[in-house]
Design a binder for this molecule. Structure first.
Ligand code: ACM
Length: 675
């Protein structure tokens, strides 16, 4: 529970701290601001302080130079180093006190101090006398020790700088695990010196050198983030086999897969050569990645090659492995011995849960809390990813409502519950490029970060959205480009013409996720992601504002004439937008596909304006009008050009209010007649 009065709006922090109280005023952020460690310090903390000062300089535009004459406004009192490399369950707690006189951050460990610095950065906003950190008292610690993001760099290649800026943003919302999905059918993304044909034949030249990997691991460590590599096997492994067909279950030859789905090429679990290869390869990777956990994938294993191979079928009979599931289990047990030899603990997707799995294994559930609960009952630890798939482009509120301890996991006893370590959001990269990635992750990932860090009772969706809107801007200063890339992508579509009409349509739209784009056209990893849908956001922030205004107008609670006027300005802009977009679309294929949804947005604008008129005048809509509009709305809601019009939502609110009014009037008239 918050220390503050229940009615006080929480500060614009995300994740919400375990305990907080706010006071009026704050600490001025000016050019003389200094932050200094006054307790334990080391290179990791000093680097963090330097980054912190640069960051709040960017956030405020205040040149904090560090030149003599400054005042130490923030002291960081750290008791001890804590683990040098971030560790599951390490102490991440901190206390933060900010007042007009100064700020004091206390933490047992450097990692705790890192978390507290992020809270301080988020607390800064313009105040009566310029930028200030809000006066706050905070006592904070995470609910779950494992809070991550999985990033697929196989379907689409993500250069090091893309990874690094996302690590900065992860640190800003206190995430502590970067799960790097480094191999799949569409690409093998790590340099192996022992098996160089992996990257030479499996990557189109897009792979991380070992020096780059070490650099990213260190970058993450400095920010209190663990790095877990995933090499998906025995399925999702086509890219391995292009260079090493000898460890495949079928003769090959193989080529890098360009499409999406579940493919047949699979490592051969029956041959000792496969295990010798994996022993060597995992040994090399184990030395490169210091984290004790090593992800072996294990999902969606296609059995066709196993069924079609006489040798593999004979092996199953000899080893008493009745079916492919048992053979997969055998493979995992062998793999587990290899991992153990190299000092690693196995983590795998749901499908690896089978008899004989070593104790200590971590199950990552993409299928739901039921399989997480099943694993926990059998003594395995687990993390939840079901419900945290960012590539589905669902609203932040959807992810926010998903708790690792919901559903079947809610039935576990204390000991079993303790095995559920947290969760990871998943960013599969079928429909993202280095340019669009950030807007598919941020700011929605902040809502998942809050679910995993903050007390379970933090469930107020309006509060979450209000804070997420603010934190989304802070993330700009952390370096991610979810907002920065939007305008340039739209301008590129407009080809140098006036962009306003494209922007109005984009602001009113939401991009479809993987489910909606599948089948829309023939996508592969070679298709450019430069269309309107790629620029459009998963969730429209501006429509949220319009919805709030429409709700007030619909309830007859407009915050004055300006509120209503603003809503009408937006609706009128929609109504007139198609006439502005049409000339731009002429001869521009990238805009021409928008014609149908552009016409629909204008229809929505006109409909909304009429609805506001009826609502405000108290005049009844003509007979049948509401019915017609509701039918039209259903058609306007259908996707086009792989986006949907979020603008439907506020207009629906207005129509619903009119429907309620007409029902009330009807009921009153009926009463009148009866009398
Ligand atoms: C998965 O989504 N196949 C892990």
């Amino acid at each position: 529970m918050s220390l503050a009065a229940a009615h006080a709006a929480p500060p614009n922090l995300m994740p919400l701290p375990a305990k907080w109280s706010a006071a009026p005023g704050g600490l001025a952020i000016d050019s003389r601001f200094r932050a200094a460690a006054t307790g334990y310090t080391d290179a990791r903390l000093e680097h963090a302080l330097a980054r912190f000062v640069a960051r709040i300089s960017r956030q405020t535009g205040v040149a904090i130079t560090g030149a003599p004459g400054g005042r130490t406004a923030l002291t960081v009192e750290c008791r001890e180093r804590g683990p040098e490399y971030p560790t599951v369950g390490e102490d991440e707690a901190y206390r933060l006190d900010i007042s007009a006189d100064g700020a004091r951050l206390q933490a047992a460990t450097v990692t705790g101090a890192l978390r507290g610095l992020e809270t301080f950065a988020q607390s800064i906003a313009p105040g009566a006398e310029g930028f200030a950190a809000a006066a706050l008292h905070i006592e904070d610690r995470p609910r779950f020790p494992w809070r991550g993001l999985m990033l697929d760099v196989s379907r689409h290649w993500m250069p090091v700088e893309v990874v690094e800026r996302n690590l900065d943003a992860m640190a800003a919302v206190k995430l502590n695990v970067f799960h790097w999905h480094l191999s799949d059918d569409q690409g093998f993304r790590v340099e192996s010196t022992r098996h160089p044909r992996l990257q030479q034949f499996g990557s189109d030249g897009n792979f991380y050198t070992q020096a780059q990997i070490r650099g990213v691991v260190e970058y993450a460590r400095e920010r209190g983030i663990r790095v877990i590599p995933e090499f998906d096997m025995p399925g999702h492994a086509t890219s391995w086999l292009v260079g090493y067909p000898e460890v495949a279950s079928a003769p090959g030859p193989f080529r890098i897969e360009r499409a999406w789905g579940i493919f047949q090429p699979t490592l051969d679990p029956t041959r000792e050569e496969t295990y010798a290869f994996l022993d060597d390869f995992i040994g090399e990777m184990a030395a490169l990645f210091p984290d004790p956990y090593f992800h072996i994938g294990g999902d969606e294993v296609e059995e066709t090659e196993w069924k079609e191979s006489a040798a593999i079928q004979a092996f199953e009979r000899v080893h008493n492995l009745p079916d492919s599931r048992d053979l997969h289990g055998y493979f995992n047990r062998r793999l587990q011995e290899i991992l153990k030899k190299h000092g690693k603990t196995m983590i795998g997707w749901d499908e690896v849960l089978a008899p004989g799995l070593a104790p200590g294994t971590v199950i990552q559930s993409w299928r739901g809390q039921a399989s997480l609960a099943d694993a926990a009952r059998k003594g395995y630890r687990g993390i939840l990813s079901f419900g945290y798939y960012l590539d589905h482009l669902k609203p932040a509120s959807f992810h926010y409502a998903m708790d690792p301890l919901d559903g079947a996991a809610g039935q576990l006893d204390r000991e079993q519950t303790a095995r559920i370590l947290g969760g990871e959001a998943c960013m599969w990269s079928e429909y993202v490029s280095a340019e669009t990635l950030d807007s598919r992750i941020w700011p929605r990932l902040a809502a998942i970060a809050e679910r995993l860090w903050s007390p379970r009772e933090a469930t107020d969706v309006d509060s979450m959205y209000a804070r997420m809107t603010a934190v989304s801007r802070v993330l700009d200063a952390a370096g991610v480009r979810h907002r920065a890339n939007y305008a340039p992508m739209l301008e590129r579509l407009a080809g140098g013409g006036p962009v306003e009409a494209v922007r109005i349509l984009a602001d009113a739209s939401e991009a479809l996720g993987i489910e909606g784009r599948r089948g829309a056209r023939k996508y592969t990893s070679l298709v450019d992601l430069n269309r309107f849908v790629d620029a459009v956001r998963p969730e429209s922030e501006s429509i949220r504002t319009v919805e709030a205004a429409a709700a007030r107008v619909a309830a007859g609670q407009a915050a004055g004439p300006a509120d209503r006027a603003e809503l009408c300005v937006t609706l009128r802009a929609w109504a007139e937008n198609d006439a502005r977009l049409e000339p731009l679309a002429e001869g521009n294929a990238l805009l021409a596909e928008l014609r149908p949804i552009s016409r629909r947005l204008s229809a929505l604008g006109s409909m909304g304006l009429r609805a506001v008129e009826y609502l405000e005048s108290g005049q009844a809509a003509p007979e049948g009008w509401l019915e017609q509009q509701n039918q039209a709305l259903a058609a306007l809601e259908k996707p086009g050009a792989e986006v949907t019009l979020a603008a439907v939502r506020p207009v629906r609110l207005l129509l619903e209010a009119l429907t309620r009014r007409s029902q009330q009037t009807g009921a009153a008239q009926a009463m009148e007649k009866r009398r």
